[in-house]
Structures are given as structure tokens and as C-alpha cells.
Ligand binder design. Structure first.
Ligand code: SAM
Ligand code: SF4
Length: 402
């Protein structure tokens, strides 16, 4: 979803920077909150939405965090009233991230009434010991209860987030979690291997030698994830993302498109991985509009102060040269199982993968990480496991303008 000078941006990300407590692995910008701080943030966010609304007609909206479900009913009502006034409601896909500890039937009902039609629930594990280890505020029981609440409120599109290769997690415990998660029968599953981010408690424990990373076990867990999710009826469409596909008939072209992405794939994330434009609002949010990447201040107080002066809270802004931008788009798109159709890449970026990236593709084919056809290039199952490393050579970052 690229925007031209005259057409508005069709995708919106909103960052909600509050959490009940910080999880031991998490480096996303978020902090414990007080009611007053959240009220002030809501006022500033509305001001920011006012500043960008004329360049937005969102088809996908994603409220992420942090923990958007921490906002209370009154705060959500204020946000929705403003979005209604600014004509930002009515997106085809409107996702809100929820933590199982902060879901109530009233809140879920309010979200549903205002057009939120997809919930992404941070579950991470269904093992109590591991939930504790991760510093999660919820129990496994709360996951099942919140999931039922979401269904009662009418949500028919729910994503469950899981993590694997958690220190102390055995293959058996992972299999059990996957089986229980599959039994929930959600429409979507995201599952990430633990990343040891600097400045997190888990990273400090790793550096202190409290545990070791077992790469072989992590690989076995990934393989189990791929096979179990397929057995449960999910289609993998990105390294960490799996969705159900509901066939709706339609034209041959529609069917072909569906075959490349399951129908319940996250449309918002597909736009990211396809190099589309999006506006970002909220502290630390990034945006990418007409070749310019922006990043808001990762400081809620500063964010609020700027917006209270009617200014956007942008910390940095970078214009990418066309080739650098295309390189990033190439690398992002390779995270998708479908990889790139050459004509689609050309249409999106103005560059031909078969020219600029011919050698990169050939070397991935030679080491078994890539496969090339007449019309497309994608990573093999093995390449996908190491997608970030595989895609790195496609970057052309030296082409970035100041
Ligand atoms: C920003 S969190 C949002 C979900 C919500 N805040 C929650 O945790 O309940 C998005 C997802 O990223 C994943 N994630 C966050 N930090 C991670 C890390 N260090 N390694 C792997 N996955 C991580 C988790 O699965 C998490 O659910
Ligand atoms: S994982 Fe989610 S709940 Fe935990 S600190 Fe990060 S954003 Fe907050």
C-alpha cells in the first residue's frame, strides 16, 4: 500500500507505552503507568492523530505496545470519539494487542463496537513456571478466561503470541504449550524465538552465566512449531507467523492471491513486509511515508510536551535513497514464505531483483537457502529459519541519504 503525493496513507500504527510490569525479555518501549500519565498520553495521542489525519485513510490499524488493553473504558472512549471525528474508523482490519491480565467483557465489547475486529493476545507460554520466569503478570488460567471473554464479545479473528527457546523450556513443555494453544482454535498464531535484547533482565542473566543458549534445541523447537501448526490447520506465511485460510471461491486471480497468503494473514503486517507506507503515532513509534522513515521520541513525557505545543514528537527522520529503500524491501519480503514475484517487486520498488540482486540470489540458491523460478524468488524452509542472515546481503544501506 504505497501512497502517492495525492493519495493518503492507508496504514496506521499506534504505540501505547504502558505495561503493568516489565517482562524480563522485553525491549519494547514501555513502562509501568499511573492513571494520570495515561490520561495525559491519551490527550497527546489525539493531538498527534489530528496532525496526521488529513494524510490518512486507514485500511489497517494496529494498536500495539506496551499494553493497549491497559487503557480503561473512559480512555478508550476518548480515543474512539477522536478517531470517529477524524474519520479514522472503519478500517478493514483493526487490531489491538491485549495482555490476558487486562481483558474484561466490558472493554472487549467496547473495542468490538468501535470496529476493532482483530485481537492479538500475548500468551508467550502456558507453563506457570515459565510465565513466572518471563515476568508475565498473568497465569495460564487467565489466558483461557480472557480468550473466552474475547469470543463472547464477538471477536472472530484472534492471534495468539507464543515464545520458544525460553531458558528452562524443554521440548516436551513446548509441545504441550503448542497443543494447548492449537486447542484454543485461534485464527492466527505468531511464535518468536527468544531474542536476548540488551538492557533486559534476561540478557543480564545470560551474561551472568545463569543459563546457556542451546541452539540445537531452539532448531528442534522451530521444527516442532512448523509441523504442529501445519497439523493444526495453520499456513505458515512468514518466518514467525501462521494463519488459517478460509476459501471463499472467487475469480482465478483472487484464488491465486489467496494461495500465496492465507486469508487470515495479518493485513497490517503484510503491508510492512511488502514495503508499504504507514504512519506511526505514540512514543517510540516509527513511520514510513513516501520514502521517509521517522521515529518518535521514546520518552512519554517528552512526547506529551511536544504535542501539547502542537508539534509532532519526531526524534529522527531519514530519507532513504531509492536503491537502499528497495534493498530493505527485498530483505523484509524474504521473511515471507512466498518471497518475491519479480514483477511485483519491480512494481513496488522500480528495481528488478534479477539485475541488482542476481549474485545474492545465486549464492543463496547455491547454499540451499534460496530457490528461484522463472517468476519468483523465495527462501527454502532451511533459509527461512535463518531469514535475517539470508536477507542481509540484499541490503544496500550505503545508499542511504543523510
Ligand atoms: C510488544 S509485545 C505485545 C504483546 C503484549 N504487550 C503482551 O506482551 O502481552 C509483542 C510480542 O513480541 C514478542 N516478543 C517481545 N519481546 C521479545 C523477545 N525479546 N524475544 C522474542 N519475542 C519477543 C512476544 O511474543 C510479544 O507478545
Ligand atoms: S512483552 Fe508485552 S507486556 Fe511484557 S513488557 Fe513487553 S510490551 Fe509489556
Amino acid at each position: 500500500m504505497s501512497s502517492t503525493a495525492s493519495s493518503p496513507v492507508r496504514s496506521l500504527y499506534v504505540h501505547v507505552p504502558f505495561c503493568a510490569q516489565k517482562c524480563s525479555y522485553c525491549a519494547f518501549f514501555s513502562e509501568p503507568s499511573s492513571g494520570d500519565q495515561i490520561n495525559r498520553y491519551v490527550g497527546a495521542l489525539i493531538r498527534e492523530l489530528e496532525l496526521i489525519a488529513s494524510d490518512l485513510r486507514p485500511e489497517t490499524i494496529f494498536f500495539g505496545g506496551g499494553t493497549p488493553s491497559l487503557l480503561n473504558l473512559k480512555q478508550w472512549e476518548e480515543v474512539f470519539q477522536a478517531m470517529d471525528r477524524l474519520k479514522l474508523l472503519g478500517a478493514e482490519e483493526f487490531t489491538v494487542e491485549c495482555n490476558p491480565a487486562t481483558v474484561s467483557l466490558d472493554k472487549a465489547g467496547l473495542l468490538r463496537e468501535h470496529g476493532v475486529n482483530r485481537i492479538s493476545m500475548g500468551v508467550q507460554s502456558l507453563d506457570e513456571t515459565l510465565l513466572d520466569r518471563l515476568g508475565r503478570v498473568h497465569s495460564r488460567e487467565m489466558v483461557f478466561k480472557s480468550y473466552d471473554t474475547l469470543r463472547k464479545a464477538g471477536f472472530e479473528n484472534v492471534n495468539v503470541d507464543l515464545m520458544f527457546a525460553i531458558p528452562g523450556q524443554t521440548l516436551e513443555v513446548w509441545e504441550e504449550t503448542l497443543n494447548e494453544a492449537a486447542a484454543l482454535d485461534s485464527e492466527h498464531l505468531s511464535s518468536y524465538e527468544v531474542i536476548y535484547e540488551e538492557d533486559t533482565a534476561l540478557y543480564a542473566q545470560l551474561k551472568a552465566g545463569e543459563f546457556d543458549v542451546d541452539e540445537d534445541l531452539a532448531c528442534a523447537m522451530y521444527e516442532t512449531l512448523v509441523s504442529r501448526s501445519a497439523a493444526a490447520g495453520f499456513h505458515q506465511y512468514e518466518i514467525a507467523n501462521f494463519a488459517r485460510h478460509v476459501s471463499e471461491g472467487g475469480t482465478r486471480n483472487a484464488k491465486l492471491r489467496a494461495a500465496r497468503f492465507p486469508s487470515l494473514a495479518s493485513k497490517h503486517n503484510l503491508n510492512y513486509w511488502r514495503g508499504g507506507d504507514f504512519h506511526g503515532a505514540g512514543p517510540s513509534a516509527t513511520g514510513y511515508v513516501r520514502g521517509v522513515r521517522t521515529k518518535n521520541w521514546s520518552n512519554t513525557q517528552l512526547y506529551c510536551e511536544q504535542l501539547e505545543k502542537n508539534r509532532r514528537a519526531i526524534e529522527s527522520s531519514e530519507t532513504l535513497a531509492p536503491l537502499a529503500r528497495a534493498g530493505e524491501t527485498a530483505a523484509f519480503g524474504l521473511r515471507m514464505v512466498a518471497g518475491w514475484q519479480f514483477d511485483e517487486f519491480l512494481k513496488t520498488t522500480g528495481f528488478d531483483l534479477r539485475n541488482e540482486w542476481a549474485a545474492d540470489m545465486d549464492s543463496l540458491v547455491a547454499n540451499g537457502w534460496g530457490q528461484k523460478t522463472e517468476v519468483s524468488f523465495q527462501l527454502t524452509a532451511q533459509g527461512l529459519r535463518f531469514a535475517d542472515a539470508a536477507a542481509e546481503s540484499f541490503l544496500r544501506t550505503h545508499e542511504a541519504l543523510a
